[in-house]
Design a protein around this ligand. Structure first.
Ligand code: ADP
Ligand code: MG
Length: 215
């Protein structure tokens, strides 16, 4: 079954719930190795996204590409931190791929998240293992590339969780956390944590959609 605009809206809505519920936790992570605003930034941004998507029909948002493109614009307008620009870059790259597809199957979806990774790398001047949200995106792209169809929901969630936890073992090389140098060891990267919620939300959408097997 293909991925539809309503799935994307459901995905963003679940993400909003998770980051609002875990706002203090995300901010606590960013207090340890940053400036203590990640929870506020991301909750504010996705709350605004969900507000827009709540009126999707009235706003003439009917395709998956539009969901991603318009959500990116909202994040750019509402989030002041680096994470806002990076999430928006990822979503704009995904929208560009979706715009070219008649249907979003496993292959189109994998292409879109691979493009998101390229966008984050360029925008953040960042590579794998530098303890950022990119680490979670890359592990998820690898999971999607290694399977022939949408991976099982539980695998999506576990992969994202593992990638987030793995950031504890690396030293931050980018963003404000880099100032902490080796003191950043042992801490989960806040952006990796919010990205975990993002893919855990996707896992829930997939699970609801088709018995935990494929989207
Ligand atoms: P800010 O760092 O501007 O306060 P946030 O606190 O909202 O913004 O987001 C911090 C997160 O953004 C980090 O935990 C990290 O995952 C991500 N991040 C910051 N800079 C970069 C970068 N150059 N490349 C990739 N990710 C980055
Ligand atoms: Mg911050």
């Amino acid at each position: 079954m293909d991925f539809q605009a309503e799935d994307a809206i459901n995905w963003f809505s679940k993400m909003t719930n998770k980051v609002v519920i875990n706002k203090q936790y995300l901010t606590a992570l960013d207090t340890q190795i940053g400036d203590g605003d990640h929870g506020d930034n991301i909750a504010k941004g996705f709350t605004a996204v969900s507000k827009l998507l709540h009126h999707a029909k009235k706003e003439d948002i009917t395709t998956t590409a539009q969901v991603f493109r318009r959500s990116a614009m909202v994040l750019l307008m509402t989030v002041s931190g680096a994470s806002g620009i990076l999430y928006a870059t990822a979503f704009l790259r995904m929208a560009s791929v979706f715009e070219k597809k008649n249907r979003i199957d496993h292959s189109a979806f994998t292409e879109a998240i691979s493009e998101a990774v390229e966008g984050i790398k360029e925008r953040g001047n960042v590579e794998y293992g530098e303890k950022t949200l990119l680490d979670v995106w890359i592990d998820l792209v690898e999971l999607f590339q290694s399977s022939e169809e949408f991976p099982q929901a539980s695998l999506i969630e576990q992969s994202a969780r593992r990638a987030m936890n793995k950031t504890k073992t690396s030293i931050a090389m980018k963003g404000k956390a880099a100032l902490y140098e080796e003191h950043s060891l042992g801490h989960i990267d806040p952006g990796a944590a919010s990205t975990y919620y993002f893919f855990a939300s996707l896992a829930e959408v997939c699970e609801e959609k088709q018995n935990g097997r494929i989207c």
